[in-house]
Write a protein that binds this ligand. Structure first.
Ligand SMILES: *Cc1c(COP(=O)(O)O)cnc(C)c1O
Length: 401
């Protein structure tokens, strides 16, 4: 597009999801710099850990350098061993699956359910009942001979998984439950916060998440010993605060005080941010209900979604073009959208992993498109997105694409 187009308001790009920084971020970062609190030291880290834990209702919070680092440590703390298998949602950003490999374990990809696109507890149950056997209180995959030690449900897009049946079957088979709640800070399942539904949970404060520290993560758990161990592993597994003595291999996964300062300020606004996300989602849902071929994810009766992302399924027959064509058309109109992630069982990086797949995640992946949904997305920008979606409906896409 040319410069004059760029200058006109209609061509100001609407980004998919931008951070919202209008609280005390600057003030708290300045306090860190003035007081010389950079990596360790000072109250910001403890404060941030306490704020997140309290928000979630967990006893302990342990900050990490990223959500992926938090997942790596959570798997170690939960006792997942090399050559174990971990049941993980197939429809997710790849981070939790990679974290399973970091500990030397293997993912077992579990398909999505159609309602909210989350880990399908029936697939979890089918895999354990049909593919596994239990010996001495432990569960083994009959085909691979490997121990199955944990289930890692990912609450995608701000909506929780249906956790009661997942936790129930996990308990029955002796599996630990590690929640990837990185996309669902502020979501509730039957009134309980996502991140307080299993044994241990992880959050991310990457730039596109509900709140951000520029990059960062958090482990939350009620287990004091697990929290202590997580803090130990994140800080190079130091056995002695003065002598450099190590009995185990640790990691440098610390979050800096500067980042924690940003996090403290962000946490002060979290209720308002969740509220804003829910308002945007409600408005989109109401307006899109009238457009044939577009279907948005319904909130389950037992859930309060944080609507981190607002994602629609595009039915090419009903709408007139498929999700990828729509992505290109909206991009032309200055509206950024994104498909969901390639399902894990299709990933070349994890080829050959076991799976329990029925085609649901593949179908969602074909059709899904996430719409602009920044906390600061104003009504006029929402209207622009909605007008574009209405005017493109029933229209053939560009020739040859
Ligand atoms: C963002 C995200 C992560 C990882 O977070 P980082 O902080 O970017 O490492 C993990 N899992 C899911 C599902 C995510 O969306």
């Amino acid at each position: 597009m040319n410069e004059s187009n760029k200058a006109s308001t209609e061509f100001v790009q609407i980004p998919l999801c931008e951070p919202e920084l209008r609280g005390r971020e600057w003030e708290y970062v300045k306090e860190c710099l003035d007081e010389n609190w950079l990596t360790a030291g000072g109250p910001m880290l403890d404060r941030f850990q306490g704020m997140v834990a309290e928000f979630v209702g967990a006893n302990h919070g342990v900050a990490a350098s990223s959500g992926t680092a938090a997942l790596h440590i959570a798997l170690l703390v939960a006792g997942v061993q090399p050559d174990d298998e971990v049941l993980v949602s197939t429809l997710t950003f790849i981070a939790p699956t990679n974290a399973v490999r970091y500990v030397g374990a293997w993912p077992v990809f579990i398909d999505s359910e159609l309602g909210q696109w989350q880990m399908d507890h029936e697939c979890v149950q089918d895999f354990l009942e049909e593919q596994c056997e239990t010996r001495g209180g432990e569960t083994f995959n009959r085909a691979t001979g490997r121990r199955v030690s944990a289930v890692l449900p990912v609450h995608i897009l701000g909506h929780p998984c249906d956790m009661d049946p997942i936790v129930e079957v996990a308990r029955r088979y002796g599996l630990k439950v590690i929640e990837d709640a990185t996309e669902s800070l502020g979501a509730k399942y039957k009134g309980e916060m996502a991140g307080h539904l299993g044994d241990i949970a992880c959050f991310s404060f990457n730039g596109n998440k509900l709140i951000t520290t520029a990059g960062g993560g958090m482990i939350v758990t009620d287990d004091a010993e697990w929290a202590r161990r997580a803090g130990f592993l994140i800080n190079q597994a130091k056995d002695d605060p003065i002598e450099y003595v190590h009995s185990e291999i640790g990691y440098n996964y610390r979050l800096s005080s500067l980042q924690a300062a940003v996090g403290c300020a962000q946490m002060e606004s979290i209720d308002e941010y969740v509220q804003k996300k829910r308002e945007i989602a409600r408005r989109y849902q109401e307006s899109l209900a009238g457009i044939a071929g577009l279907e948005s994810m319904e909130e389950a009766s037992w859930a309060d979604s944080a609507f981190w992302m607002f994602t629609v399924l595009v039915d090419p027959d009903g709408y007139g073009m498929d999700s990828r064509q729509l992505l290109r058309e909206l991009d032309e109109a200055g509206i950024q959208t994104r498909p969901l992630w390639q399902p894990g069982h299709q990933s070349r990086a994890h080829a050959g992993s076991p799976s329990q797949i029925n085609g649901t995640a593949d179908e969602i992946h074909q059709k899904a498109l996430s719409l602009p949904c920044s906390v600061g997305l104003g009504r006029s920008q929402q209207d622009r997105v909605l007008r574009a979606l209405a005017s493109l409906a029933g229209r053939p896409g560009p020739a040859g694409s």
